[in-house]
Design a protein. Structure first.
Length: 269
């Protein structure tokens, strides 16, 4: 059984560092596996390159409050004091368990912010990854921080998209530098062809090179941004099988389809 989620775990990180195999989460898609399953994912944000300062000013990392040097998921600011991420990154966690890192493409140079509240989307199902989104409230606003605009609908024709994160790379370990890679949009029909009934067109969107592979997110990138050429948040890194494998594209929470639910909750969060 392969990993379905893209959330970096300490077990996964140790496995990746010691054996050169994937850790859970990062890259264009989130961690894909059951923590008890053999971890046979190739670890990489394939074809990625370092982001320039200011290229993704809204991006954040979720880190362990007990050890902030361990970042396990990504996210993005949708208000100066609210982060949008994947539900599988926060489900079962208390606000005191997580801190947010923001402010630099070098994860070691980011500032750390406390969390006061977490909302996991109603209808989220960890077994199917339906409705994989969550909001995190910061203890204080990040004054002057840029936020990412949300797609208000699903165009069904996004062209080339971009995913970014600090997740696992070809080396098998997480990157200290923020990396990004361009990934082609994949139609619902083609994604259903790849994943069958596991792909839910009512809340998911796919991206990657379906025929050749080679570009994707990987473990540790869960919750991070999939954006359009004009900088609109189209998707949230969610799941997939393997990393950058031909025939197995990255699957994301579809922000355009979830827009009403997200903005309704955001208004009173």
């Amino acid at each position: 059984m392969q990993n379905r989620r893209k959330t970096l775990t300490r077990l996964g990180a140790l496995t990746a560092a010691g054996l050169g195999v994937a850790a859970l989460a990062l890259g264009a898609t989130s961690a894909y596996a059951d923590d008890n399953a053999p971890n046979d994912i190739e670890p990489k944000i394939i074809g990625g390159q370092p982001a320039e300062d200011g290229q993704f000013p809204y991006i954040v990392a979720l880190a362990d409050a007990g050890d902030p040097s361990f970042n396990f998921c990504g996210g993005q600011l949708v208000a100066e004091d609210v982060v949008l991420t994947a539900a599988h990154c926060t489900e079962g966690s208390a606000a005191a368990d997580i801190v947010i890192r923001h402010g630099s493409t070098d994860i070691t140079q980011t500032d750390i912010y406390d969390v006061t509240d977490i909302y996991v989307a109603e209808g989220f199902d960890g077994s199917t990854m339906v409705n994989d989104w969550s909001l995190i409230k910061l203890a204080e606003p990040i004054s002057g921080a840029e936020t990412v605009p949300l797609a208000e609908s699903d165009t069904k024709d996004w062209g080339t998209l971009t995913v970014a994160g600090w997740g696992t790379t070809e080396s098998g370990s997480s990157s200290e530098d923020l990396l990004y890679v361009d990934v082609p949009y994949i139609t619902d029909t083609d994604c259903s062809g790849a994943y069958g009934s596991e792909f839910n067109a009512d809340s998911m969107i796919c991206a990657g090179d379906l025929e050749n592979g080679g570009v994707d997110s990987c473990q540790g990138d869960s919750g991070g941004p999939l954006v359009s050429a004009d900088g609109v948040l189209v998707g949230i890194v969610s799941w997939g099988y393997g990393c950058a494998e031909a025939g197995n594209p990255g699957v994301y929470a579809n922000v355009g389809l979830l827009y009403d639910d997200i903005t309704t909750k955001l208004a009173d969060f």
